[in-house]
Write a protein that binds this ligand. Structure first.
Ligand code: NI
Length: 164
């Protein structure tokens, strides 16, 4: 397993659209392993392939404290969503920034697992938030884009200065 470099906002590559995985090959399984290692090494609870500059629809999530409850979503699709909840979010691509985002409270997601088999999962709470946050990454969207335009501009200039 290899730890990968995580793109930092406002890197333009975070805005690339991911393409669906055509087949869950050994390469994709290796990508999942490397992403998992990268997420754990960075103490994150979720990582989308976009964040490691691989533009395919792959997400890993582990919201457990014990770091032993990995969820892998390949080609995730939200097939049902309801309710509304607001949660403070953070992102490995935007370190040190935590902002409230409104999302669906309950979702049902269909995806492929690491063996390429289709599964359906219903999620609520932090898991639902995390899945929606990571799925946004696959669409090239970073959570701070839900903030007001002014807040985004301020954040961008602050982060650009920090990265210099
Ligand atoms: Ni993120």
């Amino acid at each position: 397993m290899t730890s990968m470099k995580i793109l930092q906002y406002p890197d333009e590559r975070l805005h690339k659209l991911a393409t669906p995985v055509r087949e869950v090959t050994v390469e994709i399984q290796t990508l999942v392993q490397d992403m998992t290692e990268t997420m754990y090494a960075a103490h994150g609870i979720g990582l989308a392939a976009t964040q490691v500059d691989v533009h395919q629809c792959v997400i890993v999530i582990d919201i457990s404290d014990s770091r032993d409850a990995l969820h892998v979503f390949i080609n995730p699709e939200i097939i049902a969503a309801s309710g509304e909840s607001t949660c403070e979010e953070g992102c490995l691509s935007v370190p040190g920034v935590f902002e409230k985002v409104r999302r669906a409270e309950y979702i049902t997601v269909r995806a492929l697992n690491i063996d390429g088999d289709s599964f359906v999962i219903s999620a609520e709470g932090l898991l639902a938030v995390c899945i929606q946050h990571e799925m946004d990454h696959l669409l090239g969207k970073v959570f701070v884009e839900y903030l007001s335009r002014l807040k985004q501009l301020r954040l961008k200039s602050k982060l650009k200065k920090q990265q210099k």
